[in-house]
Design a protein around this ligand. Structure first.
Ligand code: ZN
Length: 462
């Protein structure tokens, strides 16, 4: 026997990415995520891990999104004491994201009458266990098991992990795969050396608009918004989407394609993430962005950008004349500073609201995207007179063509491709296409299924 893999999370998208990998001698866990999507399940979130946390030799983290790291401090709380491996950028982003979520989790726990999922001390303990690894460096991390990380181009520091057992059998986990090309992140790397691959399928059944179209769309929408003369609001996810927007807006101003006007980044978390992106630019960016950084100092800052980390700084934005653009979280308008600005400016017909990220069904952001004339923000009802500009092609995930191309790159070595992470319909759609177009064995595992992986292929054990 070489590997036994249990699909504890990711499959069926209930508890976030979480895979147990048993080699012939050692045991690894890949990701310890927290699901925050539509099927969010309170019981699942607070339930103990379905294995003995102290029996795990090491944890490998693919990237710093909460659906891949959100239960890592809980693992430590349950007795895990091994090393935690990830890239250096992921370590920095993870520290920021987990600390930022502590107070939110405490409020949430109070609402559910529970103890918080974890506290600051658990995050600190987790960080003490972290050992960072660069991409492309084979490292032994547990008895008989070594890992090798490759860039997935999804967010800064994101990695796929290829695990090798003592007998040479290999399995790879993709984490999330990027929507390459990205202006500063590197392209998604192929994984040609795994006997079995466990891949994401978030956009397994959808196509993004062509990447070349999205900057002109942003430019034209900004011009229309400026012509309306009011405040421009942009709820944005603090990690990656905000930086991408800053980069493109800066370039459009620089090139004279839009007028220069004040932009406010009103999110302490997004400001912290931007700092981490800048800190790691020299190591992680693609060659063009590295050259640009050397020339300009930062590819995200520009003369008309003001960052407002403190509450007092934030308050001053209200007094600034229009036109002005405010970028803030939360990305789906459920809380955060953007809620305050939406409540103030959405009743004004001169306002433009930009939707630049995925909006989950039922979120205030989705209601606004769908044209609702009123929306509940911070417990009060707000009339919407603003214009909503929906720009849908800025995803950080590969679409169905990108995913199929990635799957093709795993052949002929991969004898089985497991399609996990994502809505069940997207998983099934991608698996069918991998089977039909590539003639490969594609499997959609159910939650808690156990599979044996050898050099010859995959067999379901239970
Ligand atoms: Zn992700």
């Amino acid at each position: 026997m070489a590997f036994r893999i249990t699909f504890h999370g990711g499959a069926g998208s209930v508890t976030g990415s979480n895979f147990l990998v048993e080699g012939s001698e050692g045991i690894l866990l890949v990701d310890a995520g927290l699901e925050q999507g539509r099927d969010f399940c309170v019981e699942c979130m607070y339930a103990p891990f379905p294995f003995d946390a102290s029996s795990i030799d090491a944890l490998v983290i693919t990237h710093a999104h909460l659906d891949h790291i959100g239960r890592a401090p809980k693992l430590v709380r349950e007795g895990f004491g091994g090393k935690v491996y990830m890239t250096e950028a992921t370590r920095d982003l993870m520290a920021l994201m987990l600390s930022d979520s502590v107070s939110l989790l405490a409020q949430e726990a109070k609402r559910y009458g529970r103890d918080p999922l974890y506290q600051e001390a658990d995050v600190e303990r987790l960080l003490e266990l972290v050992e960072t690894i660069p991409y492309h460096e084979e490292r032994t991390v547990a008895p008989g098991l070594s890992i090798y990380l490759r860039d997935t181009g999804h967010i800064l520091g994101a990695a796929s992990v290829r695990i090798k057992d003592a007998d040479g059998t290999t399995v790879a986990f993709t984490g999330d795969l990027g929507n390459s090309p990205n202006p500063y992140l590197r392209e998604t790397e192929m994984v040609p050396d795994a006997d079995a691959v466990i891949m994401e399928a978030v956009y397994g059944d959808r196509l993004h608009e062509h990447v070349d179209q999205r900057v002109p769309q942003l430019r034209d929408a900004l011009k229309r918004a400026l012509a309306r003369g009011g405040t421009i609001l942009m709820p944005a996810f603090s990690m990656e989407r905000t930086q991408l927007m800053l980069y493109e807006i800066s370039n459009l101003m620089e090139a004279g394609e839009i007028p220069k006007f004040p932009v406010f980044l009103d999110s302490p978390l997004a400001i912290g993430v931007t700092d981490i992106y800048e800190k790691h630019a020299g190591e992680y960016f693609n060659d063009e962005a590295k050259a640009e950084t050397r020339k300009e100092g930062s590819i995200f800052r520009f003369p008309f950008l003001t960052m407002t980390p403190s509450r007092e700084d934030s308050e001053t934005i209200a007094g600034e004349p229009n036109p002005k653009l405010i970028i803030a979280g939360a990305g789906m308008s459920h809380g955060g500073r953007i809620g305050k600005w939406e409540a103030k400016y959405l009743p004004d017909p001169k306002t433009t609201l930009f939707i630049v990220g995925y909006q989950a069904p039922g979120s205030p952001g989705r209601l606004l995207q769908d044209g609702s004339p009123k929306v509940k923000l911070d417990g009060r009802e707000v009339k919407v007179k603003a214009t909503v500009e929906s720009l849908t092609s800025w995803s950080a995930h590969a679409d169905r063509e990108g995913l199929l191309k990635f799957a093709e790159g795993t052949l002929p070595r991969a004898k089985a491709i497991f399609v996990s992470i994502g809505e069940p319909s997207a998983q099934r759609f991608l698996a069918q296409r991998i089977h039909d177009f590539l003639g490969a064995k594609a499997i959609v595992p159910s939650k808690d299924e156990v599979w044996e992986i050898t050099k010859e292929g995959a067999t379901k054990l239970s």
